[in-house]
Design a protein around this ligand. Structure first.
Ligand SMILES: [Fe+2]
Ligand SMILES: [Fe+2]
Length: 370
């Protein structure tokens, strides 16, 4: 219970609420009197904030949202690892075998990605604590039923991987010469709506094309998650004040990019010969051969970010991570993207509100503002 209290107290304290409500357009409802005056208590709080382990309030908000994002990543990657990562006894289930079809090292990559996320989450929380700040703890929200397939632990989960609507537009975005930060939009590379990315129980192991479709869905979800992480770190880094916080954001953000690149290649392997085309006979989900389209926006071996508009359309095109603006790649954009993908199906409103509030606070950070 103590942990629950600390999450909420830290995130939903009165000043945070006022600030976030103002950001969300709720200022009028609160009343101009409250916001217009500077109560003595608020001034005291500001003074205390300035002295807080040398970190600005904005840097703390950035680190806290990143810690929450990493806890979420760790939770979902843990579920992937239990069923699709490397087995300690050397055995191979059909889900692992389906990942090996995409890349012989697939299970190892899944295990390694999970190790990395746990290290990110552990580091960020330890860093916050080292600066006298409250770490982020989402344990009270580990309530969701996970997979019941052999190999999955019977523990509560933060995330639900069994009814995902995977946003696959990243596949096209990174092959295009346009940039969402300039208003570009992208179609889905493949429609993956309300599908499972992990075997739900042992029945899902029984049909080879069915389990391959689940692994392929996971592969596109891996890319979706890690590209979002890449954009998130790039967007929030622009707001950091402390050089050390910026160092943390650059360095962990770089690891998100490293993950993303592998999953770009990995997902592409599921939509080309000899794996594709194929259809899951249990639900009709079809993975076409993208290369048969003859369209560079789908070409599977174009795994590196294609040069695109950046900073100004008048400048030469540049190969970059995109988006990197608040609006499309910031904390609230990331939270809304995850929520929209059904990743939190079954979670309480309180969880969603906690996440969004932390996101608003992170997005509100400004470089050099105390
Ligand atoms: Fe991470
Ligand atoms: Fe990640």
């Amino acid at each position: 219970m103590k942990n629950q209290e600390s999450v909420m107290n830290r995130s939903v304290n009165r000043r945070s609420f006022l600030r976030s409500s103002a950001l969300a357009g709720g200022a009028a409802a609160i009343g101009s009197g409250l916001l217009g005056s500077r109560p003595v208590q608020a001034q005291d709080d500001d003074d205390r904030d300035r002295n807080r382990g040398g970190l600005t309030r904005g840097d703390v908000a950035i680190l806290r949202f990143l810690a929450a994002a990493e806890l979420i990543e760790s939770d979902l990657w843990q579920q992937y690892t239990e069923l699709g990562g490397v087995s300690s006894d050397g055995s191979t289930n059909p889900y692992q075998a389906a990942f090996e079809v995409l890349d012989g090292d697939g299970p190892q990559y899944i295990t390694s990605n999970t190790t990395d996320e746990i290290s990110h989450e552990t580091f960020l929380n330890a860093y916050l604590e080292s600066k006298g700040e409250e770490p982020v703890n989402l344990d009270e929200f580990r309530t969701l039923q996970g997979s019941q397939a052999t190999g999955a632990q019977n523990i509560g989960r933060l995330t639900n991987l069994m009814n995902l609507t995977v946003d696959t537009s990243w596949y096209i975005r990174y092959r295009s010469t346009t940039n969402p930060d300039f208003g570009a939009t992208y179609p889905q590379a493949i429609t993956l709506a309300h599908v499972t990315a992990i075997p739900r129980n042992d029945n899902d192991f029984n049909n080879q094309q069915h389990i391959q479709a689940i692994a392929n869905t996971a592969a596109f979800h891996f890319g979706m998650i890690e590209q979002a992480g890449s954009s998130l770190y790039s967007a929030l880094g622009q707001k950091a004040t402390s050089a050390e916080v910026l160092e943390i954001i650059f360095a962990i953000g770089g690891d998100e990019v490293a993950h993303f690149l592998e999953w770009v290649d990995f997902a592409g392997n599921g939509v080309q010969q000899p794996v594709a085309p194929f259809t899951d006979p249990t639900n009709g989900l079809t993975f076409p051969d993208f290369n048969a389209k003859g369209d560079p926006l789908f070409q599977t071996n174009l795994i590196f970010p294609v040069p695109c508009e950046f900073i100004s359309p008048k400048l030469p095109k540049c190969a970059v991570i995109r988006p990197v603006t608040d609006r499309f790649g910031g904390a609230l954009a990331a939270a809304n993207g995850l929520i929209g993908s059904n990743l939190f199906m079954g979670q309480s409103k309180r969880f969603l509100n906690t996440l969004k509030l932390m996101a608003l606070e992170a997005d509100a950070a400004r470089r050099g503002h105390f």
